[in-house]
Design a protein around this ligand. Structure first.
Ligand code: SF4
Ligand code: SF4
Length: 172
């Protein structure tokens, strides 16, 4: 596999996610509840019994770039929430990491997901509240995107990388 620079890989990652977001939005999301009128906005991101979003190292770089571009007070709040989430939910890079759940530190009240348009994890792009299970995007769609993201990681880091709970992956 031909190596890529980090800049090239980040650009490809952004394109891949933008395309996936459009596909999910055009093909599936019209059957889901609207987040704009949701009376429990953010419940999906802050439910510490449900959220177990994992990301790859390349996605962590993309998210860190977004965090560091925030205003200093907001950036400081996010850093505090990352550390607090890791401590409060005992998050680690070891064992069955998918069993670890947490309130996502990237959700900011009054704004929403801080990486919604820029570096949203694949699982979050796929997620919406569907009344009928048959309307959900098939799991293989996300799995295909994960394989493509794995390939980008391989082309930078030259070996397969673990996907980690988001707060652990983006910790400074
Ligand atoms: S995904 Fe569901 S819970 Fe989250 S904001 Fe949208 S409608 Fe509300
Ligand atoms: S990354 Fe964004 S969409 Fe995903 S759980 Fe965190 S705040 Fe919610």
């Amino acid at each position: 596999m031909k190596p890529l620079s980090q800049t090239q890989a980040l650009a490809r990652l952004k394109t891949l996610k933008d395309n996936f977001k459009s596909e999910i939005s055009q093909t599936f999301e019209h059957r889901a509840k609207s987040c704009l009128t949701c009376e429990t906005k953010g419940a999906c991101c802050l439910d510490a019994h449900f959220v177990n979003v994992h990301i790859s190292p390349l996605e962590a770089v993309a998210i860190r770039q977004e965090i560091e571009a925030l205003s200093p007070p907001l950036c400081a709040r996010v850093e505090t929430r990352i550390e607090a989430a890791i401590t409060e939910y005992s998050l680690t890079a070891d064992g069955d990491t998918y069993a670890q759940t947490f309130a996502c530190p990237l959700f900011e009240k009054g704004i929403g997901c801080l990486v919604h348009n820029t570096a949203k994890p694949l699982a979050c792009i796929t997620h919406a509240c569907y009344e009928n299970e048959r309307d959900l995007p098939p799991g293989q769609l996300q799995a295909e995107q994960e394989r493509l993201v794995d390939d980008l990681n391989m082309r930078i880091y030259a070996r397969r990388q673990p996907w980690l709970p988001l707060p652990v992956a983006i910790r400074r």
